[in-house]
Design a protein around this ligand. Sequence first.
Ligand code: KG4
Ligand code: ZN
Length: 341
Amino acid sequence: MKILGIETSCDETAAAIVEDGRHLLANVIASSVKEQALYGGVVPEIASRRHIESISMVAQKALDDAGLAPEQLAGIAVTYAPGLIGALLVGVNFAKGLAFAAQKPLIPVHHLRGHIAALYLTHPGLQPPFLCLVASGGHCHFVQVNSTTSFAVLGRTVDDAAGEAFDKVARTLGLGYPGGPAVSKAAQTGSPTAYKLPTPHVEGPYNVSFSGLKTAVLNVANNAKMKNEPLDIPGLAASFEHKVADILATKLAAAARDTGATTLCLAGGVAANTLLRQKVQQQADLLGAELCLPKLAFCGDNAAMIAAQGYFELQAGHTSGWNLNGYATMPIEENYSDITL
Ligand code: KG4
Ligand code: ZN
């Protein structure tokens, strides 16, 4: 069963075709990240406009690469939530038009469910249940994946998402956007013990908080500036990166221990972080749990993950009518068919 996936929730315009939720046939991404970097972050208006310009060509290329016509697809899957609303609506409307013209099922996909489905593309044998940390620019969830379409959030960030913290720290340190890769690069030559950063206190066993950590980095930078002292940017980047990776790996391990999870997973843009991958591997080894990591190409936003999840949603009967809308926020547990319109 071949599904075309469409993803336009942030600054990537993407289309991909996946067979049976696990086998990639085509994967096309056009990104406005270089233009967004000029402004130090995603400008929603620019993202929407670039999606409008690119979506038709990106989708056509995915079909051409797979050698398929829309009539040969089993359905059209599209990210409908959460994300930038103007950006989401471009993908939703495009998918609607294509599905209507080809008379194919329209399959709404939750963006974070998609990030998790990236794991099935990397590990075709992976089956739920498993415990997954989903860490992106907008979210940071510890998710119990009960089945391919059933999820329970065990814990989350109470303030900033992990990726957002990387982006803000990168901006403070003048390292550019997107912040995750920039902070990691700077940290390579720094010492993780250069600065003693606080471990934020947070209620709830599996919740995390990054706002205080981000402010602590800002204070170190401002103090150095005021006192006219040199700032060890690689040291500060390394201290921050280690702290974030420690917090996330420790919480994931605690959740795994308490729930008896034997398979741990990472997903989302921050799952590309090498240090986080290493620290989570160490925790998995200590627990005797298996660790599944997504391929780097499937960590950041892409449509392959949406096509993969679309297959499972279609199997579960989760399709929508032509009144499908986009939503800026939506809990991962929610099925589109259960939302009261
Ligand atoms: O999943 P994603 O591509 O988009 C959202 O759904 O938000 O995640 C983007 C986020 C950005 O905040 C980016 O800085 C972060 O993922 N990121 C990283 C790395 N690569 C991307 N964070 C830490 N280390 C990385 N290597
Ligand atoms: Zn994402």
